[in-house]
Design a protein around this ligand. Structure first.
Ligand code: PNS
Length: 160
């Protein structure tokens, strides 16, 4: 059984994440999408909301499950018997930090990292930009799954 984890903040999931997850799911028998619980950083969405939005966006992928984790990613991998981390790469600017983390995770626990280059149509997407655009009333409907778009509109209406 080939298993991998796709970790991230997913605050919120974008079409870029969905692209990488969909393509990674085709390479493994089981893919766990793991949301980082970061007590030091409150996001726009709670971890539970992020997981719910991920489950909704990924409901067509039966081999994908959604979970959350706290602490070191390699500890989560070891506890759950997952030998591979999958990360998306949008641009060369992503690579430097991602390479550092990949090398560190391999040194810490022998966990390998697989990089998936994002599709060019979604290479410019980031959760931060999507939130910024939505906050100022821009149209993000083509950038995020429908349920995320609805939640972002609700946040804007509530002024949060
Ligand atoms: O979506 P993000 O914010 O780019 O995801 C970053 C994430 C969650 C993959 C990274 O911050 C992470 O792995 N955090 C867990 C803590 C950890 O393992 N740190 C050591 C990395 S070498």
């Amino acid at each position: 059984m080939r298993r991998a984890v796709c970790p991230g903040s997913f605050d919120p999931v974008t079409n870029g994440h969905v692209d990488v997850i969909t393509r990674a799911a085709a390479l493994y028998d089981e893919l766990v999408v793991a949301v980082l619980v970061n007590p030091g950083k409150a996001g726009l969405f709670t971890v539970e909301e992020r997981m719910e939005l991920l489950r909704d966006a990924l409901s067509g992928l039966p081999s994908v499950t959604v979970d959350s984790f706290q602490g070191l990613l390699v500890d989560y991998c070891r506890t759950n018997g997952i030998p591979v981390i999958v990360k998306g790469l949008r641009a060369v600017s992503d690579f430097e930090y991602e390479l550092q983390m990949a090398q560190m995770n391999r040194e810490l626990a022998g966990i390998e990292t697989l990089f998936v280059p994002t599709a060019p149509q979604v290479g410019h997407l980031s959760s931060s930009l999507v939130k910024q655009i939505a906050t100022f009333g821009g149209d993000v409907s083509s950038l995020v799954p429908e349920a995320v778009h609805e939640r972002l509109l609700a946040h804007r209406e509530q002024g949060t």
